[in-house]
Design a protein around this ligand. Sequence first.
Ligand SMILES: Cc1ncc(COP(=O)(O)O)c(C=O)c1O
Length: 495
Amino acid sequence: MARRSRGLPVPLLDGFDASGRSGDGASLLARLHARLRKAILDGALMPGGALPASRRLAEDAGLSRNTVEAVYDQLEAEGFIERRHGSGSFVSVDLPERELAPAYAPRAGSARPATTGLSKRGELMAQPYGGEGPLAGRAFLPSVPALDLFPRQLWARLLARAARAPGPDHLGAGDRAGFRPLREAIAAYVGSTRAVACQPDQVVVLTSSQQAIDLACRLLTDPGDTVWHEEPGYRAAAAAFVASGAQVVPVPVDGEGIDVAAGIRLAPDARLVYVSPSHQFPTGVAMSLSRRLQLLAWAARTGAFIIEDDYDSEFRYVGRPLAALQGLDEAGRVVYVGTFNKLMFPGLRLAYLVAPPELAERFVAARVLMDGHTSTLPQAALADFIGEGHLGTHLRHMRTVYEERRQALVDAVAGLAGRLTLGPTDGGMHACAYLPAGADDVAIAAAARRLGIELRPLSTSFRGPARPGFIMGFAAARPAEIRGAVDRLARLLEN
Ligand SMILES: Cc1ncc(COP(=O)(O)O)c(C=O)c1O
C-alpha cells in the first residue's frame, strides 16, 4: 500500500497497489495515469494546483521515478498539466476535458443518471437486444444455412488469392460504393436471376440487409414520417424504422402478400414501405402480381419509396422463382436489398442494395459517413466466387439439400394432426407453423429450448394482436435431426 503523498491534498494514492499485481492487467504507468487524470477531471486536483515533484511522488507511491516522469509527460501532452522548468508541475488552468467531467464521474443530483443519459434517438436505437443465448440445436434455427456444406477450401483459396493480388486495388482504400468487379458481378447476377433492372453504378455493397434497411429509412424519411410494415413482419426492420423516428404502421398480410388497399386506408401519406414480396417474412406468402402492380402504382402516384427485401428468394422448390418487384418499377421508387449472409454464411457480412439511378450516389455518400466502405478482400473473393460460377454451383447444391430438409419438415409436421399447421413451404429457408388460437408460443418455445429445439415464437413478429406459432428454419439441420426434433416437439405439445 502506498503512503499518502505529502504534496497531494486528497487521498489520491489510497488503495493504489504499486506491486504491479492489480489483477486488472493494466500497467502501473496506466493505472497511475488514470488515477491522476480522474482526480483532475473530478476536480479533486484543482486547476492551477501544484503536483508533487516526480521524485517525491515516486518515493511515496513506491514507484520508479521513470514511471512517474512518463505519466507526467503523458498528462502534459494531453493538456491536463503544465510542467514549468525549475518550478514544478501544475494542473492546467485551461482544462480541455473539463466539460466532460460529469460523464466520467456522475455527481449526486446530476439531471441525467449515467444509465439514462441517452438521447431520445439513442433510447430508440438502444432497445435491449433480445438475444436468445447459446443455441440449443440446429433444428429449427431460422436464417442459418447449412454451414457444414459451404465450400470452405474454395473460399479460403479465393481469399488468399485476393490477399496476394498485386497492385493497390486490394489493399488500398477501396471504392466507396463497393469493389467494382463485385458490383459488376452483382448487377449481372440480379439481372439474370431476379430480373432486377440495374447498372453496376446503382449497386452499393454493404455489410448486411439490416444496414441497407437502416440507411434507406434514414435517407428517405424524416422523424415522424409513416412507414408501412408487413404484419406480421421482420422485427429487425421495424426496429430500424422506430430507431430513426418513423411511425411504423402495421399493414396486414394475407394470402396475396401485403394488403395494399388496407395500407392506403391506414396511412395514405406513408413515405416508405417495407416488403418481402418473393417470400414474405415470416409467413412465406408470395405477393401476387396484382398487388405488386397496385403497390408500384400507388408509390409512383404519391412519391413513396419501397424497400424490397429479397432475402432468400434464390430457394424456390415449387414452380419458377418469382421475379423481383424492382424489375416492374418504372418510376424509380424501389430500393432493392439482397444479402449473401444467408446464401453463403452469416459471418460473411456482405450484402448490397440497388438504388434508383438518381439516388445511388447519395446512398454511397451517406454510407461513407457511417463506416467508410466494406472491407475489400472479402469483396474481391466474392467477385471471383460469383464470376467463376461457384455461387451458382453452391446455390444449386443447397437447393437440393434444402428441398430434402423442407420435405422432412413437411412430412414430420403432417403427423401432428392439427396441433401444428405449416403455412406455404414453396421456397426459402424457413416455414411458418401455426398453433391453435390461444396457445402461448413464447412459453412453448422456452420449453422446447430445454429439449434442444430452437423455435422462434411467431407472436414476436406481430406489432398488433398476434397469431401464435413458430418460425421454423429447416436449412441448418439434417432430415434426421428435423424428424427427431418434431417428435420431441409433438410430445411437448401433447402435454
Ligand atoms: C427478412 C430478412 N431479411 C434479411 C435478412 C438477412 O439479414 P442480414 O443481411 O442483415 O444478415 C434476414 C435474416 O435473418 C431476414 O430474415
